[in-house]
Design a protein around this ligand. Structure first.
Ligand SMILES: NC(=O)c1ccc[n+]([C@@H]2O[C@H](COP(=O)([O-])OP(=O)(O)OC[C@H]3O[C@@H](n4cnc5c(N)ncnc54)[C@H](O)[C@@H]3O)[C@@H](O)[C@H]2O)c1
Length: 393
């Protein structure tokens, strides 16, 4: 695959590290950036043969099969439209749009142009998330009742994130998009998200957008996805998930406390990990950041899908659903009520409400709880099917 990269900032560098860091048959042939100096520095660092400050020229080049978008949120729509017009496959970073309206326009544009629209939601592709989702699909945790995803750090690294007009929102749009999509993957992406209840506040920064939020997304089958996001968490980047199923539980720590701990007096002063706030004392580095954040598996899926003419696991439709959920979160944060998720074109299961599955103790009783007590005695708590009385056996 011959690739154009749009943007030469933070995420474009992570993407380039993933694209050329290991032996791959794919190559970056051109890079677009706003200034020639940034474009040429990026081209130099990653041995990219061509660079430009002209976005349309960049995506239209004959030596470009697919375009990777690493631009600020306000640029995603225009960039995607330019790729669709040029007939190029397009892979866009998160969030797809600043809102569902923009995301839907992007979805329609790629579908009309007949090109692939890949949604670069890396955390769904982290080795731990991939394993967790496969485990859930195998039935090991039973039915997922509740999934929780948390992304918190001390705040983003560029000015445009803090400007609501350019970003579309604060911690909800920036970090909540990851959490919502992780929960969708755990609960089942074909289950319709129905409504959202969200608390959000601007606690610590002189900005219009929220810097802290917690939200609950209720799905049609009764499952709940919970997102917790902050731009004021101290101590690094905390990426944790928790899945509760009827037959099992999953806890994932993707980043901050992964089992790799290190002490240094601070003489080296090297980079430790994304958003790490310190480089002295006890530290929590990340072994292979590009891989552990999911970038390698993500691009492999994207390029395999383009070659096979199939949809990548994360595509523009997913990006649109995430934006629709986040739109409802913003409304709920204001109204302080459950707010509906407005989806124009639902493509998942239409009737996913489930009958309650009750476990029978015998013909007359349901089993509520079974437990072995410290003395070895087995205790059953049961409910009479006719009278409803709760008893012990
Ligand atoms: N884990 C992830 O997937 C992840 C992590 C970080 C950022 N992102 C996303 O990547 C995108 C870029 O974020 P970043 O962290 O690289 O930011 P950044 O500020 O480091 O880089 C942004 C890039 O966009 C360019 N840009 C900004 N405004 C522009 C304009 N008006 N016209 C043309 N170019 C413009 C900048 O020059 C720069 O090249 C955002 O959508 C962000 O949400 C994703």
């Amino acid at each position: 695959m011959k690739l154009a990269i749009l943007g030469s900032g933070f995420i474009s560098r992570f993407y380039a590290d993933a694209l050329i860091g290991q032996r791959r048959k794919d190559e970056i042939t051109t890079v677009y950036s706003r200034t020639l100096s940034n474009a040429s520095k990026f081209a130099d660092d990653y041995k990219v043969p061509h660079y430009t400050v002209n976005l349309k020229e960049c995506v239209s080049r004959a030596d470009v099969d697919a375009v990777v978008i690493g631009l600020s949120n306000d640029m995603h729509l225009d960039a995607v439209l330019a790729c669709a017009e040029a007939g190029k496959h397009v892979l866009c970073t998160k969030p797809l749009g600043r809102n569902a309206k923009e995301a839907f326009e992007m979805l329609q544009a790629v579908e009309k142009a007949g090109v692939t629209g890949g949604y670069l939601e890396d955390l769904v592709y982290s080795p731990k998330s991939l394993k967790a989702v496969a485990t859930i699909k195998n039935g090991a945790v039973g039915e997922v009742i509740w999934a929780r995803s948390r992304e918190t750090h001390p705040g983003p690294h560029s000015e445009w994130f803090w400007d609501k007009e350019k970003s579309g929102g604060g911690a909800i749009i920036d970090l909540g998009c990851h959490c919502v999509e992780l929960c969708r993957n755990y609960i089942g992406k074909n289950i319709r998200p129905v409504e959202v209840m969200c608390w959000a506040d601007t606690r610590f920064h002189p900005i219009d957008a929220e810097d802290n939020a917690v939200g609950l997304v209720r799905y049609e089958n009764g499952a709940v996805g919970q997102f917790e996001v902050s731009w004021s968490f101290r101590g690094g980047m905390d990426l944790r998930d928790e899945v509760m199923g009827t037959e099992g539980t999953i806890w994932i720590n993707n980043f901050l406390r992964t089992g790799f701990e290190m002490f240094t007096s601070g003489k080296g002063g090297d980079y430790i990990a994304e958003k790490a706030e310190s480089n002295t004392g006890w530290l929590f580095p990340v072994g292979d950041e590009v891989n552990e954040l999911g970038y390698n598996h993500m691009f492999t899926d994207m390029f395999d899908s383009i070659e096979a003419n199939t949809q990548p696991k994360e595509n523009f439709y997913d990006g649109y659903i995430v934006n629709a959920i986040l739109d409802a979160a913003f409304v709920s944060a204001k109204s302080k009520k459950w707010e509906p998720v407005e989806i124009k074109d639902w493509r998942g299961i239409t009737e996913s409400k489930k009958e309650k599955q009750l476990t029978c103790y015998d013909d007359d009783y349901y089993l509520i709880k079974e437990e072995i007590l410290p003395g070895g005695e087995k205790k059953y708590i049961v409910k009479n099917k006719k009278t409803g009385s709760i008893e012990r056996r």
